[in-house]
Design a protein around this ligand. Structure first.
Ligand SMILES: [Zn+2]
Length: 502
């Protein structure tokens, strides 16, 4: 393609505070009858006064700190004026030129994306079209819900990167426990600004895309209604192809707002884009400017938790985990703390047994990570259970890991024991003894089993001796069956190879 793709994102997220942004109404509208969570303030009755929700401001600042933003020590709310039926006051209280947070960045794995600003505003009501009629009904339960808007710099270069950004941001909102950020429920809503520019005809300067010569830049198009990660990716890819084709056909790109239509699999023109002047922003006269001092920020910094990307990097460094296991575990806060408890317990257990936790050939933490991301996660998914609500303790899981690490049981037995511990709890050593799952490790016992397998299969033994070596797998299987799965396969194989040729 002869064009550069330039994408900026705007993401709205509803904060899950107890009450709304400027009034005491309940902020949890899920499952509630329409217009039952309303009061004169969020309905915009004349003479009412908005009072900002401290929790919502705290959480916005926390988000800003987590994304490495500068915090505006002098901030304020502004009125954004527009007319729409679901906006009871005829304006939205938002933030214009002094947002709480500016100049941040978010790590999406292979690189960091610059964040322009994060500000706080209030959500609107919802309109419904009554089927089979021309009526529009409005539910104001959502009106006044605290809404955080994040804006990125126009530095995203593909649909894939945009999707990764949305996913990383969702994880942070959930990690900080400030929003459920469920896209399907509208708790997190993405919009993308997309333009295609001729290579060399533009430059990026102070957050803006500027022409390098006399040639005017192509307009950018805003795409709304992206209510899943899949929609983000598909809509942006669609828009890139649409604009590329239009430019190749010498058609002008209109600076418009388009909506993603899931059924048509296409973006559809909605309206010509508003500019800031159309909104006639002015400072909200009913809310005094907000001063944020150092003490307030210090208090918030104590609440700041380690974020997924940083955690994954630490897991790789501290425990020697592979990237994939580190990311899978780090992306789940509860699973992360379970894993770290397991590793610390396991180290103590293994060393108490006179074995080394760190060996040249094998990494015990990586082994535990494999069990956590494999068998444990499989059970959690089947069970639709949160890793924070496990029946088994990290101590017991660590003990199971130690049994495997020290070859007291093989991995088949490990899976059986884990299954029991997962659903019923219990101590792995007890379960092992009760079910007789101890690994057969002793030379004599193994020799006996191998000898009887060889004498029961003379024909295969002969073929093996004549050079049909892949038959070794057949014999390993037979020995495992003979020992009811308890033999140590790592030991069986070399013993078989030796005894078959005797
Ligand atoms: Zn209210």
């Amino acid at each position: 393609m002869k064009y550069d793709v330039i994408i900026g994102l705007e993401i709205h997220a509803e904060l899950k505070t107890k009450s709304k942004m400027f009034c005491p109404c309940n902020n949890d509208s899920e499952g509630k009858a329409p217009n039952t969570l309303v009061c004169p303030i969020c309905l915009g009755h004349p003479g009412t006064l908005p009072v900002p929700n401290k929790q919502a401001i705290d959480w916005t600042l926390l988000l800003g700190l987590a994304l490495d933003c500068d915090i505006n020590r002098d901030s304020k709310f502004d009125r954004k004026n527009y007319f729409y039926p679901d906006l009871p006051k005829g304006y939205q209280i938002s933030q214009y030129d002094q947002p709480f947070c500016v100049n941040g960045k978010l790590d999406i794995g292979e690189r960091e994306i610059d964040v322009t600003r994060i500000h706080l505003e209030e959500d609107t009501g919802k309109s419904f079209h009554r089927p089979g009629s021309n009526d529009t009904l409005i539910d104001f339960n959502r009106a006044g819900t605290p809404l955080v808007e994040l804006v990125t710099e126009p530095v995203i270069a593909s649909a894939e990167e945009a999707k990764r950004f949305c996913q990383a941001y969702q994880r942070i909102l959930r990690f900080l426990k400030v929003s459920n950020a469920e896209m399907e429920k509208g708790e997190m809503r993405c919009e993308a600004n997309i333009s295609l520019q001729t290579k060399g005809a533009w430059k990026y300067e102070d957050g803006r895309i500027l022409p390098t010569g006399k040639k005017a830049l192509n307009a950018k198009v805003e795409v709304k209604n992206l209510n899943s990660f899949r929609a983000v990716e598909k809509a942006i890819n669609y828009e890139i192809s649409r604009q590329e084709k239009a430019l190749n056909d010498k058609e002008e790109i209109l600076p418009e707002t388009r909506g993603w239509d899931e059924k048509k699999n296409a973006t559809v023109a909605q309206r010509v884009k508003e500019t800031a002047a159309d909104y006639r922003y002015f400072p909200e006269p009913d809310i005094p400017p907000i001063k944020i001092n150092q003490a307030w920020l210090e208090e918030l910094k104590h609440q700041l938790v380690e974020l997924p990307a940083a955690k994954a990097k630490r897991f790789m460094h501290q425990y020697g985990l592979k990237l994939e296991s580190a990311e899978t575990i780090a992306n789940n806060k509860e699973l992360s703390s379970f894993f770290e408890n397991v590793v610390s317990e396991m180290g103590a257990w293994i060393e108490a047994n006179g074995d080394d936790f760190e060996r040249q050939d094998k990494n015990a933490a990586q082994m535990a990570a494999n069990w956590v991301t494999g068998e444990l996660l499989k059970n959690l998914n089947t069970d639709k259970r949160d890793a924070g609500k496990l029946k088994m303790t990290a101590e017991n899981f660590a003990e199971l890991m130690a049994l495997i690490w020290q070859n007291k049981i093989n991995s088949n037995a490990g899976q059986r024991i884990l299954e029991i511990m997962y659903w019923e709890g219990g101590d792995p050593t007890d379960i092992m003894e009760k079910l007789g799952l101890e690994q057969l490790d002793g030379d004599e016992e193994l020799e006996g089993a191998i000898r009887s397998v060889i004498s029961a299969n003379p024909q295969q033994a002969n073929e093996y001796r004549k050079g049909k070596f892949p038959l070794i797998q057949f014999f390993v299987g037979k020995v495992m069956a003979e020992t009811k799965g308890k033999a140590n396969p790592e030991k069986v194989r070399p013993m078989l190879e030796k005894m078959l040729l005797e």
